[in-house]
Design a protein around this ligand. Structure first.
Ligand code: ATP
Ligand code: MG
Length: 222
């Protein structure tokens, strides 16, 4: 099963949500989870050394002749039941190989969470985000972000909302604009930001993030 996490505006929290969801699934799914990094920030967010190459970019560039176990050989065990598929340093393409990657990841028996980054019509991860079983838009209740939803290249099946106190816009405004249900609400909290800044998301998962993502993760782990 492939779960794509993406945004329409930078800095929404996509990498944190994708990483935390993979960590929650790593604990709860029998075979653990796979975290596919298509945006490049996952190692820093979870606090592991950047593996650089080889990564997804190399697999895509290798074309159809890549060995059958080529993707599995890229995986790194990062503990907590999670394997990381690193981005690699090259460009992500061509689109038909990204579609092939989406097919392979969707067929994986483990829940696979992909950090697809910001999606516009030119983003290389669009075919993978579109081919996912679940497509999660990560967004803050922000007018400037919501304006971009209509122009997004795909429609999400659900929303992960990062809620900030004092905002005029709320859950129902977001659901009305996006046309998909909010599946989890994660409070924006300086304590969470400090854990991420310290590169300790994997070792000290914030309770608020864990709680918010658990009900979303449960059916995905089964
Ligand atoms: N729940 C939260 N509470 C507080 N800060 C958070 C929370 N989630 C994410 N952040 C902070 O918000 C910033 C952006 O998070 P993140 O890198 O996950 O966003 P992104 O959407 O992946 O950004 P980019 O578009 O650059 O890839 C980071 O500084 C992170 O620490
Ligand atoms: Mg990111």
């Amino acid at each position: 099963m492939l779960i794509s996490c993406w945004s329409v505006k930078g800095g929404a929290g996509t990498t944190v949500v994708a990483s935390a969801l993979a960590l929650v699934l790593g604990r709860s799914a029998a075979a653990g989870s796979l975290l596919a990094d298509l945006a490049g920030d996952v190692p820093a967010a979870i606090g592991v050394a950047d593996p650089g190459d080889p990564g997804v970019s190399g697999w895509l560039a290798a074309g159809r002749d890549v060995p059958a176990d080529g993707l599995a050989r890229l995986e790194l065990d990062i503990g907590s039941g999670v394997s990381l598929l690193p981005r690699g340093r090259g460009a992500l393409g061509p689109p038909e190989r990204m579609e092939a990657l989406a097919g392979l990841l969707a067929a994986d028996p483990r829940p696979v969470v992909a950090d697809c980054g910001v999606l516009d019509h030119h983003a290389p991860a669009v075919p993978l985000a579109a081919g996912a079983t679940q497509s999660l838009l990560v967004i803050r209740p922000c007018y400037l972000a919501l304006r971009r939803v209509a122009a997004a290249p795909i429609r999400p099946s659900g929303v992960v909302l990062l809620t900030e106190t004092g905002r005029a816009l709320g859950r129902s405004d977001v659901e009305n604009v996006v046309g998909a249900p909010v599946r989890a609400e994660i409070p924006v909290d300086p304590g969470v930001a400090r854990i991420i800044d310290a590169g300790m998301l994997a070792s000290r998962m914030p309770r608020s993030v864990d709680r918010a993502l658990r009900s979303l993760a449960l059916p995905l782990a089964a």
